[in-house]
Design a protein around this ligand. Sequence first.
Ligand code: PLP
Length: 408
Amino acid sequence: MDHTMDHNEDVARPRTRALATEAVHAGRDDLAALGLHAPPIDLSTTYPSADTRTEAARIDAFAADGVLDDGPPVYGRLGNPTVTRFETALARLEGTDDAVAFASGMAALTAVLLVRRSAGLGHVVAVRPLYGCSDHLLDAGVLGTEVTWVDPAGIADAIRPDTGLVLVESPANPTLAEVDVRAVAHACAAVPLLVDNTFATPVLQRPVESGARLVLHSATKYLGGHGDVLGGVVACDAEFARQLRKIRFATGGVLHPLAGYLLLRGLATLPVRVRAASATAAELARRLTGDPRVTRVHYPRIGGAMVAFEVAGDPHAVTAAVDLITPAVSLGSVDTLIQHPASISHRVVAADDRRAAGVGDRLLRLSVGLEDVEDLWADLDRALDGAGRGGGPVEGLRAVRAGGTQDS
Ligand SMILES: *Cc1c(COP(=O)(O)O)cnc(C)c1O
């Protein structure tokens, strides 16, 4: 395949604008020429095409290369102009050639696995912990892939001739464990490294600068940022993007244009939101550290708006007692959420695997929003008081298991 054109475009791309500037301008470069200020939302599922011969040639070109030349998208599953704006903007923030958006983070990961599997490279090397459903998707092998779980130091030895992907999260969900992306990328050699950058966002970490080939986001979290849109995206080089678009066309996990609009809008405030919430999270982590009701605090070296901590008492009592903070799964919204990974986000992972990955039964995961730090601390402080000083077994967990109910 001829990469010359893309390469020239790369060289020509101005990289002088700072992240905060790109966040509010990328994907919007043509608006002034269109006589617009806000990005338009194109909800069309289909587009008029009177010249059928030309249309056939365009569809052939897309099937071969995953690229639709200039002109309307033909049909919504091939592409959408509003979604393309979000893809363009996210690629600029991550420093990649391109990005391909999907209906959710899981749809995005599915597409990556299918691209590699369809090339006969269905073996994946992965480091735990991962987000619970990512772990499950790999471990259950539902896409015909096979996974080898390793520590970062074991990656090079685990790579086989049919290894198509190495997958890590850093900071990882939910323990906030960090991997040295540069060292891991080195261990991968020619095998593409995918870094799930959902927790760090490009504001704190740009994995391609450390050698990753693919960067995945659950856009549902910080990119959207307001808890009202589900989406996923993979930032990558032009060649991988072509393959992802072909798989997206074939399997249909497209992002809705309205979601594309909301995600583009979310990006505009991403740097401001992430920095403000991170400052509050760092302060809450500081107060939790050394608190007698808390046995361990996890806060990443690179910072961020997530805090994980283990309580001496009953974690279920904490999630039941918060008032300002919402006890709910998900993260990255303007408001603060808390959840118990062993019960919810990582419930789908087998208990032994979960514990071995550091996801203990007393671990709580806090996604810090934009509220005032003193109001958040007052709520947490009161909720921790209700949890007791513990030491005994986590009763709530046993009751849940005995009752046979499972959240996932
Ligand atoms: C939520 C999440 C996902 C999955 O994304 P969805 O948008 O819920 O499908 C993947 N990775 C991480 C780290 C997540 O937190």
